[in-house]
Design a protein around this ligand. Structure first.
Ligand code: FES
Ligand code: FES
Length: 140
């Protein structure tokens, strides 16, 4: 029975105790907001960032996605806080999935939601700041 369980302990931990989720009562003042949807499942993801000195100083997220989306975005949030905008923009699903100890292959599309929304939030921040986006064409 246990060998049927496809999620690693790290995935389970992040799913059961997701980090940096958005709480309405906190009144999080975002500098950039990114929202994306998944074509394959119809789920949605929103990522909000605070930026200080071209570094992600804080981040919140919320999703209507599945367990894999929740776990990978929770992990993404821990990795992204403290990163430069450049490094955060290049945070790939591979790196997030690796930190989780792996995800079932058919769940890969869930793991891209968080980092896509993170890039959208960085795009939004730079646009609002009236700045050129040096990263825009650097990620497929
Ligand atoms: Fe939609 Fe995982 S099935 S995010
Ligand atoms: Fe990162 Fe060009 S390599 S923006």
């Amino acid at each position: 029975f246990m060998s049927q369980w496809v999620y690693t302990p790290v995935v389970k931990d992040h799913f059961m105790n997701p980090r940096n989720t958005w709480q309405e009562e906190e009144n999080f003042q975002a500098d950039g907001i990114g929202e994306v949807g998944s074509l394959s499942c119809g789920d949605q993801m929103q990522v909000m960032i605070k930026v200080d000195n071209d570094t992600i100083s804080d981040l919140r997220w919320l999703t209507y996605g599945c367990a894999s989306a929740i776990a990978s975005t929770s992990m993404m949030s821990e990795m992204a806080i403290g990163m430069s905008l450049h490094d955060a923009y290049h945070l790939t699903p591979d790196k997030i999935t690796e930190a989780l100890g792996g995800l079932p292959e058919h769940k890969f599309h869930c793991s891209v939601l968080g980092d896509k929304a993170l890039r959208a939030a960085i795009d939004d921040y730079l646009e609002k700041a009236g700045r050129e986006n040096p990263f825009k064409n650097s990620v497929a």
